[in-house]
Every structure is written in structure tokens, then in C-alpha cells.
Design a protein around this ligand. Structure first.
Ligand code: PLP
Length: 380
């Protein structure tokens, strides 16, 4: 089999040290070997989330962590407000609706950036128990100003729940300082692990506001009590937890701030390369957009052919657009275990494939533009 490259915004490449830990012999989840690993992971997750609150860990995808928040916080008939500007905002809408909430949606077109004043105005019209936000809308590349949005929600007395599935570890997410009651994420993005772990940082206020929806596996109180004595409430995916321990060690070895700066530079490099090719960005041309770069396919060309072309010719997986943007945009991921050469490799492949498809792209400049953008200009 030829060489494979994983360039999607999740799952993301996993460092060999992490893979080695995941592949080690399975140990028991209540054994003396595992307990220090479990404890370290729970502590390090608090550090990544920048919170003093408990971070609850589940064997699930990110959507499972979503569901824990909905199952614990929604009672049928209650007013809730979702801010949606893409696929994952819509997931909050679908899930809160499925649990019987009376859901109001502050809706933006895909690609737009939610605005705190809009949220303030909407909350003046109708109160909400919880405001449900997406930090990094992976479907569009927009990273929202969660700090400002959370402040607007707090002014109205609402709890704030944030989907940080693709942002945690890539861009700053200050859970306590920004007053975020719940932050949910998954292992397979900037945390550099295989898929399979979901997490939810949960404030005392959120724990005090749980509702009447039926739940068991995802019950926060049950999980919290068990975690406090490291007496896992279920058989944990010990191999993944062990891998996450190593991955979080790598992240803190680099330093969280250094990782955030690297992601800003990776985003700059991707956008500079895309523009040098003569292509139009779909995601915002701003430093905050450091998770995934979404690119419009030139008129008359289909993103599906670009995605297929780089896969079939070079063994690279990049992401197509989602929903109605399938075929219209493609997305270059840059979270987690990425360096600038992962960006230039993607750009070079996209350049070749688009040129071969007959698109009018500028040849031979994207890689240089990306390297320059990565190196130059300090990150404030
Ligand atoms: N939210 C965001 C922003 C995501 O990028 C994803 C995954 O792609 C999810 C939620 C869903 O996570 P999962 O696929 O792990 O259930």
C-alpha cells in the first residue's frame, strides 16, 4: 500500500508515541497500573480546558459528549436557544429538539460568523435556560468569538454550553475565565488521539441545573461521583485513555500557548497558499480561523473531483464540503499533530490535481507563499 496522509479536520494524524501507548497490552480499568493514568488524564483535561471544574470522560465520540449535555440539561418544554451557522450548530438544534426542548434558533448562513449583539437582542425577545454555541464550526472554518457570545448569554442569565470538539487544544478556550458552563470535545482532533473518547467540562451551575430527561450512561452526577474516587463508572476504553495521557503529555511539552501559536501560523500558511494559487477562501481570512481552511472550488469544477484526485493519486485525505456545500468547497485541516510541511504537501497536491482538471491555478507559488506566511509576522 502506498503512503497515506490524513489531512482532515478530524480524525487527525496520531503521533507514533500515542499509537504505541494505544497498542500496549490492555490493563484493567481498576488496576493499580491504570489509576495513576486515569488521574493524570482527568487533571490534564482540566488544564487543557482551563477549568477548575470536573471534566467528565466518556467512551464515545464527540457527539456522545454533546448528548451528555443535552440529556442532563434539557427538560421537555423548556426554552433553549441555539446559535447555528453550520452543520454542528444544526446538530445542537436536532438534539435539543429530539429531547423535547422548545428550541429557538439564532440562525446564520453557513460561513457567517455569529455576533454577540445579535445574541443579546434575541435573548431580550425570548429567554432561554441554555445558550448552545459552537466554538469552531468545522463545516465552514469559522471560529466564533465564544468569549463575547458567552458574555451576552450570561447577561441574560442563561447557561452556556460550547461545542469545542475541533477547537480544544488548537485555539484558546478559557472555560472558567469566559464563564463557559459546559465545554464538550472529543479525542480525535487537536488532542492527537484516535476517535473514541468524549469529554465534558461541567460547572457547578450546570450540575445544579440538570433536568428531567431520562439518562444513565451519560448521567453527569453518576460519572462525577465515580471519577472523584477514580472508580470508573463503566469499563473505560483503557487503551484510548492511555493514549490520551501520552498525547496530553506531548501537548504540554510543547506548551499550550506554543500550540496555539503554531495553529495560528498553520492557518496563515494554508490561507496564503490558497490565495497564491488564485483560489477563493470560504473560511474567514483571519488568525482566529486556525482549525480548518475552507476553499471555494473554481467555477465549473467540483470539489468532489479534487478530494478524489488527491486521494487516488497521492493517498491524501482532505475533506469535502458538507451539506449543500458538498462539491462546492473543500477543506484543508490543520489541527493537532501538524507542521508546515503538512500544509505545503496538501497545497502541492491540490495544485497538481486542479491544474490537471483544467482549472486556472497559478503554478509553483503556493508552497513558497505558505512557507513565508508561516515564518514571518509575529503572533500577537
Ligand atoms: N462538533 C464539531 C465542531 C465537529 O467538528 C465534530 C466532528 O466532526 C463534531 C461536533 C462531532 O463529533 P463526533 O464526530 O466525534 O461525534
Amino acid at each position: 500500500m502506498g503512503k497515506r496522509y490524513l489531512f482532515t479536520p478530524g480524525p487527525t494524524p496520531v503521533p507514533p508515541e500515542v499509537l504505541a501507548a494505544v497498542g500496549a497490552p490492555v490493563i484493567h480499568h481498576r488496576s493499580p497500573e491504570f489509576l495513576p493514568v486515569y488521574e493524570r488524564v482527568l487533571t490534564r483535561l482540566r488544564d487543557v480546558c482551563r477549568t477548575e471544574n470536573d471534566v467528565l470522560l466518556f467512551g464515545s465520540s464527540g457527539t456522545g459528549a454533546f448528548e451528555s449535555a443535552v440529556a442532563n440539561l434539557v427538560s421537555p418544554g423548556e426554552p433553549h436557544l441555539v446559535v447555528s451557522a453550520g452543520s454542528f450548530g444544526d446538530r445542537w438544534v436536532a438534539m435539543t429538539t429530539a429531547y423535547g426542548a422548545d428550541v429557538d434558533v439564532l440562525r446564520y448562513a453557513w460561513g457567517e460568523t455569529p455576533d454577540a449583539d445579535d445574541l443579546r437582542a434575541r435573548l431580550r425577545e425570548r429567554e432561554a435556560k441554555v445558550v448552545w454555541l459552537v466554538h469552531s464550526e468545522t463545516s465552514t472554518g469559522v471560529v466564533a468569538d465564544v468569549q463575547a457570545l458567552a458574555a451576552a448569554a450570561k447577561e441574560a442569565g442563561a447557561l452556556v454550553v460550547v461545542d469545542a470538539v475541533s477547537s480544544l487544544g488548537a485555539v484558546p478556550c478559557e472555560t472558567d475565565a469566559w464563564g463557559l458552563d459546559v465545554v464538550v470535545a472529543g479525542s480525535q482532533k487537536a488532542l492527537m488521539c484516535p476517535p473514541g473518547l468524549g469529554l465534558a467540562a461541567v460547572s457547578e451551575a450546570a450540575l445544579g441545573a440538570t433536568g428531567s430527561s431520562p439518562r444513565f450512561y451519560f448521567d453527569w452526577e453518576r460519572t462525577r461521583k465515580a471519577q472523584q474516587t477514580l472508580d470508573a463508572p463503566v469499563t473505560l476504553p483503557v487503551s484510548l485513555v492511555t493514549g490520551l495521557d501520552v498525547a496530553l503529555g506531548l501537548l504540554f511539552e510543547e506548551g499550550l500557548e506554543a500550540a496555539f501559536e503554531r495553529h495560528v501560523r498553520l492557518g496563515r500558511a494554508a490561507r496564503a497558499g490558497v490565495k497564491a494559487l488564485g483560489l477563493e477562501l470560504f473560511s474567514p481570512d483571519e488568525d482566529r480561523s486556525a482549525v480548518v481552511t475552507a476553499v471555494r472550488t473554481p467555477n465549473g469544477f467540483d470539489a468532489t473531483d479534487v478530494v478524489k484526485g488527491v486521494r487516488d493519486r497521492f493517498g491524501m485525505t482532505i475533506a469535502n464540503g458538507q451539506g449543500e456545500f458538498k462539491g462546492k468547497i473543500f477543506r484543508l485541516g490543520h489541527i493537532g499533530w501538524f507542521d508546515v510541511f503538512d500544509i505545503t504537501t496538501q497545497l502541492a497536491a491540490v495544485e497538481i490535481v486542479l491544474a490537471d482538471l483544467g482549472a486556472d491555478v497559478e503554478r509553483g507559488v503556493a508552497v513558497t507563499a505558505a512557507l513565508e506566511a508561516f515564518e514571518t509576522q509575529p503572533v500577537s
